[in-house]
Design a protein around this ligand. Structure first.
Ligand SMILES: Cc1cc2nc3c(=O)[nH]c(=O)nc-3n(C[C@H](O)[C@H](O)[C@H](O)COP(=O)(O)O)c2cc1C
Length: 168
């Protein structure tokens, strides 16, 4: 459609590269992106199903949700707001989302910080120590929930930690 605002090819490429840094179940990265003239489409890549671990594919869809959220952050950091249509075609359940764009009036600094974090994030499979220095460990994680709108509930050993990290 003439006159419709769309990000440049370069912006789309770099934003989707960042989206692909999202965590996924066993790093299976079960997503595919299709770029159309005025929209971007997210598909589930069923060939990446882990039949034993994830027989229903639920974790694959959650992984694609993580990628979609990363895309939202990546585009926002470039000044674009996403209009997401979930499951736009009921006949094609693997077509998880179609995305259109509108221009943001201004870029939120917090989003730029999140995009930078997405670029460098990685998993750390070491056990989280119960006792750790200030600003580290599960209690710090729970405290940090407020900043990102997270809901964290910390369990240390067999006991819950009262007053720490239970959501709102
Ligand atoms: C739906 C889902 C389930 C996950 N389950 C686990 C898990 O049970 N244990 C774990 O250590 N990591 C889990 N992860 C994290 C992924 O294994 C990890 O993100 C992936 O190996 C990619 O590594 P990266 O985060 O360093 O990119 C999960 C991630 C997603 C999205």
């Amino acid at each position: 459609m003439a006159g419709r605002a769309v990000p440049s090819q370069e912006t789309v490429r770099s934003a989707l590269a960042l989206a692909c840094r999202a965590p996924s179940v066993h790093n299976s990265q079960p997503w595919r992106w299709k770029v159309a003239e005025h929209s971007v489409h997210l598909y589930l890549d069923s060939s990446r199903l882990l039949p034993v671990l994830d027989p229903t594919g639920r974790e694959m869809v959650i992984s694609c949700g993580a990628a979609l959220n990363h895309a939202r952050i990546a585009f926002a950091a470039e000044g674009w707001k996403l209009r997401v249509h979930r499951l736009p075609n009921p006949a094609q359940p693997d077509h998880l989302a179609s995305i259109e764009f509108t221009r943001l009036d201004e870029v939120d600094e917090h989003v730029v910080t999140l995009a930078a974090a997405a670029a460098t994030r990685r998993s750390d499979r070491r056990p989280v120590p119960a006792r750790s220095g200030p600003g580290r460990g599960p209690r710090a994680l729970a405290r940090g929930r407020a900043a990102g709108g997270l809901h964290a509930h910390v369990r240390l050993g067999r006991q819950d930690t009262p007053g720490v990290g239970t959501g709102d």
